[in-house]
Design a protein. Sequence first.
Length: 393
Amino acid sequence: MRWLSVALALVTTPAAAQNFSPPDVARLILNERGGVRDSTGWGDDILAALTENKFQPSRENICSVVAIASQESGFVANPAVPNLGKIADKAVSEKLGKIPILGTRAYDMLDGMPDARHSFIKRIRAARTERDLDLAYRALVEYGAGKSSLDALLQWGLLDKWIEEYNQISTVGSMQVSVAFALNSARGEHWRPITHAESNAVRDRLYTRAGGLYYGAKQLLGYETGYGQKLFRFADYNAGRYSSRNAAFQAIVAKLSGQKVATDGDLLSYDKVGRARAEVTNSEMALRVLIERYALGIDNAALRRDLLSEKSKDFTNTRTWSAVRALYTRMTGKNPVFAQVPGIQLKSIKIKSKMTTAIFADRVNRRYGKCMALATQMQSRPILMAPRSFWPD
């Protein structure tokens, strides 16, 4: 009877406050994708990535990272790409072949440097992963810098933006993180420009499990969106931060101006390292049309200044944003939509079937929902707790 009374005295406490352990995250991973090697190690690194970035290790954040990693690589730190070497070799040959006379000679030179047995072209042909190609390109750059007396400039990182622009490996690792994003993050942590060695170290870290998850979590979760659905954050991960917000804005601009505007989430045009180009896009031209038509009082210079903030939260504080959305409400009697999935057709040697940003976001969102269902179930399990008086002092 005494033990019965103790049992009856036990109370249940909801597990919502419980933290997820690496084995817990491993269970979420295996529920999403069976057969993942060292799932507990992945779980440990996911929790570490959230902690290092100062993100809450909540089920929402954990499941967001799990969903992206599963979609992008199937939880492989440095995934192999079928026929990568053959495809890359063909791409180099075709690109050089467009150069009259010198193109073929340049290809032959690459096939003989630094020596015929270990040439850059042979390294490219043998590549199985993005890292293999990346290292071949980096070796070529360092070899060329040494031969042309540019080695000092290279090592101080003064050529890195130019080098990055021509490096075809731009998204890497288990979460296919944007290399430009990771490098910009690293530069922001220093008071000085980072050196070439530090730049290479960032790339090397992206190919590791821990590093890919660290930068992937930062790219995915490290900004305030204002979205009401995770779907749009997942679309942003594929198309660029705030692309879903900007795509909805583009749709408004198209409707008001009567101009053809792509809803790709980019109001301006950008180079490979993220610098805005001077050219006027269809979005900017359509904005000029409606600004003039409805006498919104925004000149071209002010418009360009506003559009330069499109990759940040600050864009919603600009005069262009407010004036266009207010005009939409006035003309239609409806509140404008804040976000929509960008309409982008994705093309890459890594993509073997039709893929769009919408398909990507939907697949990730489904994985996220599956993960959240189990995570909620795991956290709703009661844990038995005896009253405080039962525990020994």
